[in-house]
Design a protein around this ligand. Sequence first.
Ligand code: PLP
Length: 261
Amino acid sequence: MNVYQALTIAGSDSGGGAGIQADLKTFQELGVYGMSVLTAVTAQNTKGVQGVYPVEIEGIIQQLDSIGTDLQPHAVKTGMLFSAEIIRHVAQKVKQYQWQHLVIDPVMVAKGGSVLLQQEALQALVSDLIPLAEIITPNLPEAELLTGISITNMQQREQAATQLIDMGATYVVIKGGHDASTSTVVDLLYDGQHFEYFESKRIDTMHTHGTGCTFSAALTATLAQGKSIHEAVDTAKQFIQAAIEDGLGIGSDHGPTNHFA
Ligand code: PLP
């Protein structure tokens, strides 16, 4: 039996809608065996983030080594990395174990405003991790923070994508979900040569907690199965569309998407 395997290096969301939990559920739904390296624990529910507790750096390094010295993930994703120190160690281990198909979801701030990446860690993300990425998956605010470009139109999105490729990622997909001005959500995929647009209908809902994590996890699972970037983005887009459309309606506030495929 061919067992496809993927690793997520990310934070825990106790409420189960984002982070490691969203990643592992998504891997499972897409038929991929999931592994996890926990970088931080968040106390969180549909109302927001009540606490953030980074894991001791030795504990993170040891988890990475436990996997690297025994298991062979076919694709790896990063989510909440929190600090420059964590980013540097993750980058070093990705190189040491020659992990391929690295998907970077540059998680920075939760929708409620809680900081999931310290300000001074942004530079480490750019200098140490992005050059190792097969694909980086920023939303519009993250693309703006990474590039310094204020994005209000498609030309600026293309400029930001170009800059992200210049930082060393092989592909970038800038997700358009945060632009609420249109009824169509446009995600832009760029490989340094061609711009490709993936469109979907905007769904009017407040239950979008964990959408970024779920999208990048579906992308990672598809890459782990040996599929192309184009197919992985397409699958991720369809998976997140269905997950938002069929929201579970649990919790009292911004609820999770539906990870059941
Ligand atoms: N909590 C954790 C641990 C995450 O990794 C993420 C991912 O972006 C979030 C929260 C963000 O959640 P939201 O989709 O509500 O912004």
